[in-house]
Design a binder for this molecule. Sequence first.
Ligand code: ADP
Ligand code: MG
Length: 212
Amino acid sequence: MNLDVQGMLKAIDAIGTTLEAHKDYLTDLDSAIGDADHGINMNRGFTKVREKVSQGTYGDLGAILKDVAMTLMSSVGGASGPLYGTFFMRMSMKLAGLQAADASSLAAAMEEGLKGIVALGKAQLEDKTMVDALSPAVEALKKAAGTGASLTEALEAAVLAAQAGMESTVPLVARKGRASYLGKRSVGHQDPGATSTYLILSTLLMSLKEVA
Ligand code: ADP
Ligand code: MG
């Protein structure tokens, strides 16, 4: 089962529902090592995204993700708005003109999105950011796609990698973003952005499986 325009719209709606349901959880994580707004930011952003894409008619995946990106950039303050905005914008460029994505095209698009996040935020692995969840997820997606896995199989591998990456942020000292101001006091807490990345990817997978 590939990800087509209808599937993408459904997944975005599902991501909005997940982020709304986990708003307090993400904000609690951010209250430990940040400024207690990550859940609020992500929920605000995806509420606007849902409004925006429900009004549009879309012929290809790139156009949907471009609207997602622009909406996040304009509605989410804080570090995560521009970072996720860039992620979806770079993905939209890779998926422009495509009516459906298989494992390889999604892997290529997400890899491009990750590059955008790194170019903007300059975070490396183990800096305790969303990159710690996204980077292993992209690697797993690419690897699975390279062995001919279906999109669902490849995303299953990516979600497991994202979960492990998210959990790996707990013992790390934050070196980027607000959490870095805490230095060693950031140890022992899971990174909010790595957590929202995991939630986004796992909801994409769940949504895709429901269609199948
Ligand atoms: P803010 O930190 O401005 O309040 P949010 O709370 O919405 O923004 O987002 C915080 C998350 O953003 C962090 O948990 C981290 O994952 C991510 N983040 C912050 N700075 C960077 C960066 N330079 N590169 C990648 N991710 C980052
Ligand atoms: Mg914050």
